[in-house]
Design a protein. Structure first.
Length: 262
């Protein structure tokens, strides 16, 4: 794939004698939305954990914008431009929606903890700028009305969007979304798809998306990577994947026209 931001080559991760990821290679196009699908246990979330340095590869390489991510710590990967959400929502539950989104922005601020503690002019200015940027992100995603609500009290769908907003606040070049539509009905899933496309367009971010809602993948992804048992089964456009007999047999089955496959 030309102009790839993310390049994964011969990626392998073993746990004991089990190959959770087995010689996987694929690209994610710059400023595109790439789907990563496969049956439960195919190794998709393990791939995310390898990209974000939660796990170290047994072999293979991961390059972001031509730079190798191998050997980096998780915090260094974030600073390199990678941000993610999780299957199980991970928010700062006792903070407000606004505070959740402000946190990663302030973490990158130039003022140290002493300046923040004493409320120096520079610290106050950075906090004001962080609040303004956080609110703009929330408005883009459509959750600004919940800005001052405690995260744990938010409806499930808004919590999902809040996690995306917080990930965007890290200013990533690559955003990894791990089953963002989990637990959503069809209408909520369609709305989420519109949000993801808007995020890609408005924040100039490349998105790699794990999702079991096949209709969402087919609607918003330009390229789809299919995994089975840790290995690459197929890759191509939505039309190519929809008609691939190996994919139909292994994963899509009778759901070829859309719907949710779990």
């Amino acid at each position: 794939m030309s102009d790839a931001l993310l390049e994964v080559r011969d990626l392998t991760r073993t746990f004991g004698g089990i190959r959770a990821v087995d010689g996987l290679s694929f690209d994610a196009a710059r400023d595109g939305i790439t789907g990563l699908i496969g049956p439960n246990g195919a190794g998709k979330t393990t791939v995310f954990n390898l990209i974000t340095a939660v796990y170290k590869p047994t072999s293979g390489s991961i390059r972001l914008g031509g730079h190798d991510l191998a050997g980096k710590r998780p915090d260094e990967v974030v600073r390199s431009g990678v941000s993610r959400t999780f299957q199980n929502i991970r928010l700062f539950n006792r903070m407000t929606c606004l505070q959740n989104v402000m946190t990663p922005i302030l973490a990158r601020a130039s003022c140290g903890p002493v300046s923040s503690l004493f409320g120096t002019p520079s610290a106050r200015r950075e906090e004001s700028e962080a609040r303004e940027r956080a609110f703009a992100i929330m408005k883009n995603i459509g959750i600004e009305d919940s800005a001052h609500r405690i995260a744990s009290t938010l409806p499930y769908g808004i919590q999902r969007k809040l996690e995306i907003a917080r990930a965007i606040a890290c200013s990533p070049s690559l955003l990894l979304l791990d089953e963002p539509a989990a637990g959503m009905n069809d209408a909520e899933t369609r709305e989420l798809g519109e949000t993801i496309v808007r995020v890609r367009n408005d924040f100039d971010v490349t998105i790699l998306l794990i999702e079991h809602h096949i209709s969402l993948i087919m609607d918003i992804c330009a390229h789809i990577v299919v995994m089975e048992r840790g290995a690459l089964l197929a890759s191509g456009s939505p039309d190519e994947i929809r008609e691939d007999p190996l994919v139909v047999e292994a994963y899509l089955g009778r759901r070829r026209s859309g719907g949710s496959a779990r």
